[in-house]
Design a protein around this ligand. Structure first.
Ligand code: NAP
Length: 527
């Protein structure tokens, strides 16, 4: 790809200053029009200097503040981001191919998450460490006791992020990190790095964070992991393939750098075996599946990929989902009547087309929106894929359908014959971020929730009484845990103040009652 120098080159913020790379860089494109937008590059940057500056200068400044002061800092970041929202929407339309509603999931979702942590952190007040549980006697004489404490790690938090959430992906991690007192270095995915870079630039420009507290490196990931030292942490979101590289890097494997992985996931939706075609539970499942397939063109790690319904409802479910998907207009996100824009890049388009072909080796096509014309978009240029619903009558024999995540507007319908089989089929995803359950029977909902809890980070249980206020299968809310076991990466994020655990070290202080009383003065807040 040519990199004409008249395409603006985005600077990186590292070591407390703006620095441009010395190479030609990579050009970011409009995924609908195919036009060049900006370039990113980090060649020649002194990474060691940047990581040291963040660790020493940024970390020291953050740790000098109380939790309450850092919470106020998050509140100030929220204000800066809110003041610049229009620019973020413009970048998202041009670089992410998303319609306004889908851009909001990323942009406003990120700001909301920051605001949530600002509020939660305020309650921690002047504390500088957190007590973990109560004191425990160590022997017969009660004067010598143990008190567990959490103190912020004296390292940096490196975030290596995925392309689908350039805003939320940064702030959902940065909020608990900064609140904990740990400086952040973010490396956004190249395809959509512009929005992340712009948000960091606005925050730095506004002067609301100490020098070294927030850095952004765009472009190649080469050498980043090599910089990590024992008290640093790395949080990765992306494919299982890259996750394997991160996990086996000497920083993690030899230097014990704490590592959180959010990888791909074959999330499920499950309909109650007693549901009928006329039931509310059936309608709720159909609406949610359609929403999950189409929001952000299905590029959500939490999107429903596998739909499990009682065998008798297989055809009816296919028809109901297909009828709603047929109303989804696809094309240029700048048009008001377009409901679904494009994937983030032509590369992702090729991945989705190839993934679909793979799934089709085991599935029939129940609905394909790609027979309809795109609105104001050229099929040969735009990364637009319309929704595709696949299905199989034999999910037990299927293999690929339980293993391959197609990161686009694609889901597969599967009938089950009994409850136990449904759970077994869902577990064939080998650990997922979220499963949703649709029912009107509290006993079934409770049973399904517990059956699925061990293999899912979140179980989203939907009944008619919560239909109007439920937050959505795929929406990650800051008060609830995000992450999943097994192939979902084994990570944990969010879940309110629980997220701060990743950025703190737990230690047992064994001491006299007098010493532990003095400790409470600086760490008055018990988790
Ligand atoms: P990816 O190719 O693995 O890239 C993720 C990040 O890793 C990017 O910033 C990428 O940089 C960087 N990277 C690539 N190779 C690397 C290496 N050798 N060392 C260090 N970093 C490296 O994943 P993606 O295609 O962007 O994201 C899609 C996947 O993410 C999907 O499978 C989706 O399920 C998953 N995802 C999961 C969650 C979750 O929360 N669980 C959320 C969103 C997405 P470049 O962009 O410069 O290559």
């Amino acid at each position: 790809m040519s990199n004409p120098t008249d395409i603006p080159l985005l600077p990186n913020h590292l070591a407390g200053r703006w620095q441009t790379g010395s190479g030609p860089g990579t050009t970011l494109l409009d995924p609908v029009l195919g036009t060049p937008l900006v370039r990113v590059d980090n060649r020649g940057l002194d990474l060691a200097e940047g990581f040291s500056f963040a660790r020493d200068t940024g970390g020291a400044a953050l740790r000098a503040m109380s939790y309450g002061q850092r919470a106020a800092m998050l509140g100030a970041i929220v204000k800066v981001l809110q003041a610049n929202r229009d620019a973020y929407y413009d970048i998202a339309t041009r670089n992410c191919g998303t319609v306004t509603k889908d851009s909001a999931v990323d942009i406003d979702g990120g700001i909301f998450t920051l605001g949530y942590y600002a509020k939660q952190g305020e309650a921690l007040g002047e504390a500088r460490a957190l007590l973990d549980g109560d004191r425990i006697r160590m022997g017969k004489d009660p004067v010598f006791q143990t008190q567990h404490v959490f103190s912020p790690t004296r390292g940096v938090a490196l975030f290596i992020n995925a392309f689908n959430f350039p805003s939320w992906g940064l702030w959902e991690k940065a909020a608990p990190a900064l609140l904990s007192g740990v400086p952040v270095i973010v490396k956004p995915a190249t395809a959509t790095a512009w929005l992340t870079q712009r948000m960091v630039a606005d925050v730095i420009e506004a002067g609301v964070v100490p020098a070294g507290a927030l850095s952004v490196i765009c472009g190649s990931s080469a050498g980043l992991m090599d910089q990590l030292q024992p008290f640093d942490v790395v949080s990765f979101t992306g494919s299982a393939e890259t996750a394997r590289i991160i996990r086996s890097h000497p920083a993690v494997a030899q230097r014990s750098v704490r590592c959180n992985i959010e990888a791909d996931s074959l999330n499920s939706a499950l309909l109650d075996p007693a549901a009928t075609e006329d039931s509310e539970a059936f309608k709720l499942l159909v609406s949610e599946v359609v929403r999950e397939m189409t929001v952000k063109s299905g590029q959500k790690c939490t999107a429903i990929r596998r739909i499990f319904v009682p065998r008798a409802l297989y055809q009816a479910t296919a028809q109901a989902i297909g009828a709603k998907l047929a109303k989804c207009s696809v094309g240029n996100p700048r048009l008001e009547n377009v409901r679904m824009g494009s994937l983030v890049s032509r590369e992702q388009y090729d991945n989705v087309i190839a993934g679909l072909a793979h799934l089709k080796t085991e599935a029939e096509v129940l609905f394909d929106g790609n027979t309809t014309e795109l609105l104001d978009a050229d099929r040969a240029v735009a990364a637009c894929v319309a929704p595709v619903l696949l299905g199989t009558q034999d999910p037990v024999a299927a293999k690929v359908l339980h293993e391959v995540e197609v990161f686009g507007p694609v889901a597969t319908l599967m009938p089950y014959d009994n409850e136990a089989q449904a759970y077994a089929l869902i577990r064939r995803g080998e650990g997922s971020l979220v499963a949703s359950v649709y029912s009107e029977d509290p006993a079934f909902m409770a049973r399904a929730a517990l059956e699925l809890a061990d293999s899912h980070g979140r179980v989203h249980v939907i009944s008619p009484d919560v239909a109007a206020c439920q937050t959505g299968h795929g929406n990650v809310m800051p008060m609830s845990l995000h992450g999943g076991p097994g192939r979902a990466g084994g990570g944990e994020e969010l879940g309110g103040l629980r997220a701060m655990g990743f950025y703190h070290r737990r230690s047992a202080i064994q001491a006299s009652t007098a010493a532990l009383d003095a400790l409470v003065a600086v760490a008055p807040w018990r988790t």
